[in-house]
Design a binder for this molecule. Structure first.
Ligand code: NAP
Length: 491
């Protein structure tokens, strides 16, 4: 039966994402018997590799997260690897995909099985690859012949216009319902939990609005530089790499209205609605910068411009923070401070909702300077949800102690937390698009940043430098002050 046979075809199978994330995620799903019984994986890339060499590379990254028994795990790995094949070829050449089709036929018989194409390739080759695939006949979608789906990775264009063009051009080969635009942050367990946290706990919904919440901070920080990805990063910069996708997606899930139903259509309708309510960010509400060498000259912490592959006069921003405003009844007047950067003082990704000042008047002078309540949803390094409350310090006197009600995932749940790519790949196989970006959602998120990105590029300004390992450029503090945002707590 068609549905029992699946070919996962990874374009760019020799690359970092495929080797480090996609193939291990497929193995995890295979080991848990979550893939169709006859699943085969076909790596495709320009690097000439034999099946044996591809299997050897792949084996080096597989782990036994779901199969602690070493013997059983080794058996499953061997089985999985025997289902992995490799075809070499140029991404834009139809003939290369005809070779691929011949290999698919040799392994799985006539082309009446499900086909999942994963574009794990640089964006510059998305369109040539899609067109050549289309010409080869491999993407023909005929329900009797099983489904054909394509997964593409961000960045989806460089701005609204190029993103629209990509959507239109890809649309000539793959219909919208075949296209899965992935933002792997949406596959992270705790991000998936956002809807449950918000809408399955009646305690939160009455508080989740401007009457109670003073500001929202969405933070994505890395404590390392660009880690060898100069070619890609220097062309795109941090706003396109992180803010336009991960941060705006986290914001949309935090701020959206409850969907009428928990299905892909209704969830994405609400995300689009809230993204459209965000006013386009202005340069006044944006702080950007680029990392310089570490202050104390520590070895191995170079300036961005000294990183291998970065032009010495690069103006690319490695840090960006923006204050976004949502013009709807729930959030009017609440600043959303979204911040992302590389080579900063910590590695963290979190959403922090800070409540208005405590109504502690009843305690008068006994409760000076109590910090506001906060709900924190921490994505990394360790998944956690905590509520910062003020408590009485145990003792005979009434003294106050800011404390946390703390749900640390590792301690609370004795289970393996799925990797984002495991969850998302399984959704593609099942045909569930809830966690994938719809075309109108993509357009709405570009609209928030498009004008500012254009102005930044036209200005030809020198980036404001910040020291490797610091909190960011001076513009950050100015932006916080301008919006009367309190300094952060450490937790
Ligand atoms: N790595 C990540 O963690 C990550 C995270 C989010 C999104 N992404 C996105 O996922 C995609 C793949 O990422 P990646 O890190 O795996 O990329 P990569 O390693 O740079 O590239 C993947 C493969 O594409 C081929 N390739 C590289 N440069 C090329 C060029 N200029 N023209 C044609 N082919 C080229 C190479 O294979 P051959 O030379 O063998 O053909 C390479 O192995 C990209 O779109 C990236 O933006 C990656």
């Amino acid at each position: 039966m068609a549905t029992e046979r699946l070919a996962v075809i990874i374009l760019g199978a020799s690359g970092d994402l495929a080797q480090r994330k996609l193939l291990p995620a497929l193995f995890s799903l295979y080991a848990q018997k979550l893939l169709p019984a006859d699943t085969r994986v076909f790596g495709f890339a320009r690097t000439p590799l034999t099946d044996a060499a591809f299997r050897e590379r792949t084996a080096a990254n597989l782990t036994c997260r779901y199969t602690p028994d070493a013997h059983e795990c080794a058996r499953l790995m061997e089985q999985f690897l025997s289902r992995c094949h490799y075809v070499g070829g140029e991404y834009g050449e139809t003939d290369a995909y005809l070779d691929l089709a011949a290999t698919l036929r040799a392994e799985l018989g006539e082309l009446n099985f499900n086909r999942l194409f994963y574009f794990s390739i640089p964006p510059s080759v998305f369109l040539p690859a899609a067109r050549a695939l289309g010409n080869s006949g491999l993407t023909t979608c005929d329900n009797r012949a099983g489904w054909t789906r394509i997964v593409i990775e961000k960045p989806f264009g460089r701005n609204r216009a190029s993103s629209d063009e990509l959507v239109t051009e890809l649309g000539h080969v793959f219909a919208d319902d075949q296209t899965y635009r992935i933002d792997h942050y949406l596959g992270k367990e705790i991000i998936q939990n956002l809807l449950v946290l918000r809408f399955a706990n009646h305690v939160f919904e009455p508080l989740w609005n401007r009457h109670f919440i003073r500001d929202v901070r969405i933070t994505w920080k890395e404590d390392i530089g660009i880690a060898g990805r100069a070619g890609y990063f220097d062309d795109f910069g941090i706003i396109r790499d992180v803010m336009q996708n991960h941060l705006l997606q986290m914001l949309a899930l935090t701020a959206m209205e409850p969907p009428q139903q928990l299905d892909a259509h209704h969830i994405r309708d609400e995300k689009v609605r809230v993204l459209k309510d965000i006013a386009p960010v202005t340069l006044e509400d944006l702080a950007v910068g680029q990392y310089a060498a570490a202050e104390h000259g520590a070895g191995g912490r170079p300036a961005y411009r000294a990183e291998h592959g970065v032009p010495p006069d690069s103006r690319t921003d490695t840090y960006a923070a923006a204050v976004l405003k949502i013009a709807n009844d729930r959030w009017r007047g609440v600043p959303f401070f979204v911040e992302c950067g590389k080579a900063l003082d910590s590695k963290i990704a979190e959403i922090r909702l800070r409540f208005h000042d405590n109504a502690v008047k009843i305690f008068g002078a006994k409760a000076p300077h109590l910090p506001p309540n906060e709900i924190v949803i921490r994505v990394q390094p360790d998944e956690a949800i905590f509520l910062r409350i003020n408590n009485k310090l145990p003792g005979l006197e009434t003294k106050f102690a800011p404390t946390e009600l703390n749900l640390r995932y590792k301690a609370a749940f004795n289970t393996v937390i799925p990797e984002a790519y495991e969850s998302l790949l399984l959704d593609v196989v099942k045909g569930d698009k809830s966690l994938f970006i719809r075309a109108d959602e993509l357009a709405a998120s570009w609209d928030v940043l498009d004008g500012a990105l254009r102005e930044l590029e036209e200005n030809l300004r020198e980036p404001e430098l910040y020291a490797y390992g610091s909190a960011g450029p001076r513009g950050r503090a100015k932006l916080l002050k301008r919006h009367d945002l309190l300094p952060e707590h450490t937790a």
